[in-house]
Design a protein. Structure first.
Length: 232
């Protein structure tokens, strides 16, 4: 299962890199991100399991936000092809800012939710096998490559299509559809302790079933990085 998860991470990222359609690129990036969920799940230790569950929440926030953003621009231009855009930041600055934040959350930029989930999963994978963690980390590098490429192509450079010069920026209704997602992305990225605290009892019970000796090992850690400090 770990092998399939790592294949999913890398293969999904490579297929995403080949896409010319925004929606398809986001869809295949979703496949890659869910490979991380599987990797954490089958690491079968507290870090991997807690990161896996949290990454499912993160995936709903960042990938859901990206699909919403692609839908907004599709409603205006009726095309999802990346080549049909360019220079959008000049005519839709608020949209460009919102898209950038959600893109960074998807990539896993520190201070945003994706970083916490992926880091915790990789920590769990590393505790099982260094090779697992190294192979999975290539997916993060590829994710940054295709997401930043898409953003650069769509939002920077000159406006080469006349249809894009008159595009309206996001409305207040569209902004307030995305703002709650962005708030959650920053909350999880800056202060994930409440989420780990909720997960901890269930994660500990699962670990006791699947690997009873794990929690008795000296190197074993609890779900949250600061759990030891809380107990003391």
């Amino acid at each position: 299962m770990v092998g399939l998860a790592i294949i999913g991470i890398i293969y999904g990222a490579l297929v995403a890199m080949a896409q010319k359609d925004m929606k398809k690129l986001v869809a295949y990036s979703s496949v890659s991100h869910l490979g991380f969920v599987m990797l954490g799940m089958f690491a079968l230790n507290p870090q991997g399991l807690s990161g896996s569950v949290l990454q499912m929440v993160n995936h709903g926030l960042s990938t859901g936000g990206l699909f919403l953003l692609v839908g907004i621009i599709y409603e205006r231009r009726h095309t999802r092809m990346i080549a049909d855009y360019g220079g959008l930041a000049k005519v839709m600055p608020i949209y460009a800012m919102l898209f950038m934040i959600i893109t960074m959350a998807s990539i896993g930029l520190p201070t945003l939710n994706g970083f916490i989930g992926e880091f915790t999963i990789l920590l769990g994978a590393f505790n099982r096998s260094t090779l697992w963690a190294v192979l999975a980390a290539t997916g993060i590098v590829l994710s940054a490559a295709y997401m930043l490429w898409m953003y650069q192509q769509a939002f920077f450079g000159e406006i080469t299509h006349e249809e894009n010069k008159a595009l309206k920026d996001v409305s207040l209704r569209e902004q307030w559809t995305l703002i709650p997602l962005i708030i959650m992305c920053f909350w999880i990225g800056l202060y994930p302790k409440p989420f780990f605290r909720i997960l901890e009892p269930s994660i500990q019970r699962i670990v006791r079933v699947v690997d009873p000796d794990y929690l008795n090992r000296p190197a074993a850690q609890l779900v949250a990085p600061d759990s030891h400090a809380q107990e003391h």
